[in-house]
Design a protein. Structure first.
Length: 241
């Protein structure tokens, strides 16, 4: 057991030292170049086909993510203020005044309130059904196009791995054609393979961060919608009494 631990320790130290020297050499080689130049060069070296598809996935994914973030931020409503305004309007001017408050407020919570108040004359049960039904509609609007974002998150690394496999096949073809396994023969194919994998994983990581933020934002708005809907029913019951 001690021998195995010693071997693992020596191997880890050698690997760490080799990694440090590799990163030091890479840093020295790119000191004279800007990050944009290095990125552009690596992108070209990775091949136009797979790298282009990965870039398209990044652009489309970012477009969807930005659109969703803007929409969700605009859909965020101060529910406490809205509930207080509706309560005051119901007490002073009745259902019509409360509907006017909802009409002048943006966001899905105000829309749900308006639908519930619009059915308030038919009874509490009708208002509750309207709130539940329209809440499902608003939830669908909040989650619109998020499935496409998850598709690009899954697609980008798969495209990178496919480029990796194709690059390795090209490397073995070069070995077969040259009849030699020297590093210079296989370096090109392996380089392309690794670059496509790296870019695919980077795209997936970037989009995953946006996806998690969007999902958390949607969950927060949905929770506010549910709490506010309960508050609306309570206000209608109090108003009826």
């Amino acid at each position: 057991m001690k021998k195995v631990f010693t071997i693992l320790t020596i191997t880890g130290a050698l690997f760490f030292g080799a990694t440090q020297s590799t990163f030091a050499q890479a840093a020295e080689s790119v000191e004279s170049e800007t990050f944009h130049q290095v990125l552009k060069q690596r992108f070209i070296e990775g091949g136009p086909f797979f790298m282009g598809i990965v870039l398209v996935a990044l652009i489309l994914g970012l477009a969807i993510a930005i659109e969703r973030i803007i929409y969700l931020n605009m859909a965020t409503t101060n529910t406490k203020k809205l509930v207080a305004g509706v309560d005051e309007a119901l007490a002073s001017g009745g259902v019509d005044a409360a509907k006017e408050v909802c009409r002048n407020t943006k966001g899905p919570v105000a829309s749900i309130f308006y639908q519930g108040l619009d059915r308030a004359d038919e009874g509490i049960e009708a208002a509750e059904k309207a709130v539940v039904g329209y809440g499902g509609v608003q939830m669908g609007l909040l989650e619109k196009n998020i499935s496409w974002l998850s598709l690009f998150i899954a697609l980008a690394p798969m495209l990178g791995f496919m480029g990796t496999v194709i690059g390795m096949i090209g490397a073995f073809d070069s070995i077969q054609a040259a009849g030699d396994i020297s590093p210079t023969v296989v370096a090109g194919g392996i380089k392309v393979a690794l670059l496509t994998t790296v870019f695919g994983l980077v795209v997936a990581i970037i989009l995953q961060v946006f996806y998690n933020y969007i999902i958390s934002k949607v969950d927060g708005i949905v929770n506010d919608m549910e709490d506010a809907s309960i508050s609306l029913i309570d206000l209608l019951v109090k108003h009826k009494k």
